[in-house]
Design a protein around this ligand. Structure first.
Ligand code: CTP
Ligand code: CA
Length: 224
């Protein structure tokens, strides 16, 4: 139905979305990860494509799949791989939404062989991963750049801090205070905060509906 796409809100737009967790290798059989399923990012991708966009979905390990002729799925494992794929696609994009739960740290070195349980105590040195969204903020020309913020305290203040520090056009604040929101849930409760600090709060809804709300806020602003 590509020929019907002309009149849709995002037709002609290229949208890059990051989704899912990242896995940071410890040894050949172990990793550090998190509970992200990728659902929020995959719903953003599916709905952006439905709204006419050409979508580039860069996803960490996830059991989810997408089937749409306008969605290019790029699978990655680590934060470093996600950084490489995302920064190489960035220049040509119109809208970029970073919904991935990127690991902040990775093991300083990856053991070549499986680590044996020799001692009673064991620790792993970690080093900071590159902040993908921050780097995109530095590279930004005309792209509309959106981040997510997951906070457990001073939610709005911390989200605005990230919006400014990372040079974003908007940030989506995930409310973990709501029982229906967060990792492994099909529902989410968010607030959309733009760079003028206009805050729009949404009710608890399915992640598919949340994705549409977010894309709607973005579309209104890129067409304004
Ligand atoms: N993000 C990213 N690359 C990273 C870390 C985070 O692109 N290495 C992005 C996330 O995809 C999200 C946003 O930055 O869109 C905010 O992530 P969050 O974990 O809430 O914030 P951090 O900046 O990592 O700060 P902290 O975890 O200390 O709160
Ligand atoms: Ca983080």
């Amino acid at each position: 139905n590509d020929h019907l796409g002309k009149g849709l809100p995002l037709s002609g737009k290229k949208v890059l979305i990051t989704a899912g967790p990242t896995y940071e290798a410890i040894d050949p059989v172990r990793f550090i990860g998190n509970h992200s399923t990728g659902l929020m990012g995959y719903e953003l991708a599916r709905n952006a494509a439905k709204l006419g966009a050409m979508v580039y979905l860069v996803s960490g390990p996830s059991h989810l799949t997408v089937q749409h002729s306008n969605i290019h799925l790029v699978k990655v494992t680590s934060a470093d791989e996600m950084f490489k794929e995302t920064t190489s696609l960035f220049k040509d994009m119109d809208v970029v939404i970073c919904a991935a739960a990127v690991a902040d740290y990775r093991p300083k070195s990856v053991a070549e062989q499986k680590i044996k349980k020799t001692s009673e105590e064991f620790s792993i040195d970690l080093v900071k991963n590159k902040d993908i969204l921050f780097s995109l903020g530095e590279m930004k020309k005309n792209q509309f750049l959106v981040g997510f913020a997951l906070e457990t305290e001073n939610e709005v203040e911390n989200a605005i801090g990230k919006l400014k520090r990372k040079n974003l056009d908007a940030i989506v604040l995930n409310s973990l205070n709501d029982k229906g929101a967060g990792f492994g849930k099909i529902t989410n409760k968010v607030a959309f905060i733009d760079k003028n600090l206009d805050i729009k709060t949404f009710e608890l809804k399915t992640k598919a509906e949340v994705a549409l709300d977010i894309l709607n806020e973005i579309t209104n602003r890129i067409h304004a």
